[in-house]
Design a protein around this ligand. Structure first.
Ligand SMILES: [Zn+2]
Length: 295
């Protein structure tokens, strides 16, 4: 008896010492790191994972994902990440994919794997965007493409963190309802106006145009400033189609957009397809196209 109670006391003391140490450790343990290519993906991941993960974005605000190169500091961040969510159509991602998979053993998810892609220079796409490989990469500007992306995000997060599987599922369902209502709101805003065409500096809204039955006319020609003839063509096309707005992006030089807007007697409205607040950005674009003024 004496020996047993001695062991009991020993255990109680040891466990008593261990318990606060364990809870303490849990508090200081940092969240799992999820890397993403662009800010809208951060928004989608957080819709599903909420604050359970620490989402880090490769392309900083104000930069163009088509011109971007990762920094050495970001490569260190990457090695600490559990997973990388990529659009899968951007040049810098193509260089990262083998490094992530082979050297860093980070799970790489190509979010365009199930996308209904727009091939540029075909009838369904009015203007040649000059993106590499002839595919329009801006899939995140379509509600339905985002729905497919969020399903992939859900499945991967559930595999990595199965303890939170139900939490992720519930959030995914809630996000799905948000997407439904967003689509309705965009349709309602666009329905107030008869304008179905818009001018945009960089052709980032091809999927948006396809989804909502609009026509995108790009000022940029094959990734470059337009020639004089290019400008004249764009102005002609815009007149014919009755364009209501000239959209420009902060990542690009707006002087050409302004020249064309002046010629057509239209306003230049800034839009940001790379904004982290993706839902508001989608609504702002609808208001810009329909000629509603909000800043
Ligand atoms: Zn682009």
């Amino acid at each position: 008896m004496r020996r047993i109670s001695g062991i009991m006391v020993f255990l109680v003391v040891v466990l008593g010492l261990m318990l606060p140490a364990c809870t303490e450790k849990k508090h200081t343990t940092s969240k799992p790191i999820v890397m993403v290519s662009i800010q809208p993906i951060k928004y989608f991941v957080e819709q599903i994972a909420d604050t359970l993960v620490d989402v880090r974005v490769m392309v900083p605000p104000g930069s163009s994902p088509e011109m971007f190169e990762p920094t050495p500091g970001q490569m260190v961040d990457l090695s600490n990440a559990d997973i990388y969510f990529a659009i899968g159509l951007l040049d810098f991602e193509k260089g990262l994919e083998p490094k992530l998979k082979d050297q860093l053993k980070v799970r790489y998810v190509n979010l365009s794997g199930k996308a209904d892609l727009i091939k540029e220079g075909t009838e369904e796409h009015d203007s040649v965007g000059g993106h590499h490989h002839g595919v329009d990469p801006h899939i995140w500007m379509s509600v339905e493409e985002v729905r497919k992306m969020s399903m992939q995000i859900l499945q991967n997060l559930q595999q990595l963190y199965p303890a939170h599987s139900d939490f992720f599922s519930n959030n995914y369902i809630a996000f799905g309802s948000k997407l439904d209502s967003l689509k309705e709101q965009v349709n309602r805003i666009l329905g107030k106006s008869s304008n179905r065409a818009f001018l945009v500096y960089h052709p980032a809204l091809g999927y948006y145009a396809r989804e909502f039955g609009l026509r995108q006319i790009s000022i940029e020609q094959e990734g470059k400033n337009p020639s004089l003839k290019g400008v004249v063509d764009v102005v002609d096309q815009a007149r014919r189609l009755g364009v209501s707005a000239v959209l420009s992006q902060s990542q690009f030089d707006i002087r050409n957009a302004q020249v064309i807007a002046d010629e057509l007697n239209l306003r230049v409205v800034k839009v940001d397809p790379l904004a982290e607040d993706w839902e508001n950005s989608m609504l702002h674009i609808a208001r810009a196209i329909s000629g509603e003024h909000d800043e």
